[in-house]
Design a protein. Sequence first.
Length: 191
Amino acid sequence: MGDHVLAKAMTALHDQELAALAAAGDRRAFGELVRRHNAGVRGLLMRMGADPATADDLAQDAFLTAFSRIADFRGEGAFAGWVKRIAARLYLKRFRRGRPLEGGDDGLEGATGGEGEAAQRMDLDGAMQSLSPAERVCVSLCYGAGFSHSEAAEAIGAPLGTVKSHVKRGLDKLRSRLAPPSSGAGERVHV
């Protein structure tokens, strides 16, 4: 009975309160933070390009890192943003070991799918997969993990102008893919 009441009380606390409790050694408080933010961290990692199993592993590693550094969380921003930044950095470390960040296309750019295309336009995850790996990482860092363009450039080891170009091209492609179909007589063209 006491555990149930305590668990219910944890759900009523703000993230900053939970982080303070976790910093004081309360593992249940940190467990509540994990419960609240695991799906968001996992989703960010998958949008960056991680497969589901890798996203699970990296999310777990991000929360372990966050737990070990919880005293560093000062509450100046959202806990979700803080842990997503940790996850993004872990992904980038693994990404750099596997292959360099390049500007090339991954073969999905011109793909069309008839009726399935309309469903994909409304699906951010599907639309993100249509970006090149470099665009996907840069857009995810800047709009999913809250990095500035400069921070993203430093994190991936690329020039600032390159990151800005990848973000702009990526956002342009996402707008195109996610835009509602035009009601005009002309056929929609993907650029």
